[in-house]
Write a protein that binds this ligand. Structure first.
Ligand code: 5RP
Length: 218
């Protein structure tokens, strides 16, 4: 079994009957969702809130009931992958382009569990996606550069990659260390920036594999 599958499936153990579950996006949480689909067939009753169309379609295929924000008071648990995780459990997310919906759900969830293979562990957070509205994105890029990041527009076959919210993404190199919370605030004050992929002070657990190849919960 590969690492993503082990940590992904482990996270499903935290989901209990009756929970509202935020369903993340990506190749690691794929295994969590697949496992939840199996548990649902065996009688588990949950309601899912997907972070992307891809996850929504996958959950539907598996028979997981979905709900919407107008029908719920809160989200019990959110499980998702990450692109980078440091020792403070600070994350960078958005490699799959779903960072805005992921952050809305992470902020609204009582518990946020991250599933990460060992390639995601970093000493220093380094490559940060920033979602921006298309209007004036050239100007927004200048403002992002002015706070010390090195932005590059994400492309999809030579055209700007478009998020499910109709926006663009700048993949930004963090060339000089800035305290993540501060960087998050600075970015979100720039007109045109919709959201960024820093998830600070939100994570309750990170499930990874340790050197003995056991599931490790931090
Ligand atoms: C999508 C994300 C994903 O969680 C992140 O990119 C990790 O993906 P994977 O599990 O495929 O490595 O933030 O926006």
């Amino acid at each position: 079994m590969d690492e993503k599958q082990i940590v992904g499936e482990k996270a499903a153990e935290f989901v209990k009957d009756g929970m509202v579950v935020g369903l993340g996006t990506g190749s690691t949480v794929f295994y969590t969702i697949q496992k939840l689909g199996q548990l649902v067939k065996e009688g588990l009753s949950i309601k899912g809130i997907p972070t992307s169309v891809q996850t929504e379609e996958f959950a539907k295929e598996l028979g997981i009931s979905l709900t919407s924000f107008s029908e719920i008071e809160s989200i019990d648990i959110f499980i998702d992958g990450a692109d980078e995780v440091n020792s403070e459990l600070e994350l960078i997310k958005g490699g799959g382009g779903a960072l805005l919906r992921e952050k809305i759900i992470a902020r609204g969830a009582k518990t946020f569990i991250v599933v990460a293979d060992s390639s995601k562990r970093v000493e220093k957070l380094g490559a940060l996606p920033v979602e921006v509205i298309p209007f004036g994105y050239e100007m927004t890029e200048k403002h992002i550069r002015a706070i010390g990041l090195v932005p590059e527009i994400r492309l999809n076959r030579e055209n700007p990659f478009i998020t499910e919210n109709g926006n663009y993404i700048f993949d930004c190199e963090i060339s000089e260390y800035v305290q993540p919370e501060r960087l998050e605030r600075m970015l979100n004050m720039i007109p045109g920036v919709v959201e960024n992929g820093l998830f600070v002070g939100m994570t309750d657990l990170v499930i990874t594999l340790d050197q003995e190849k056991c599931c490790h919960v931090k």
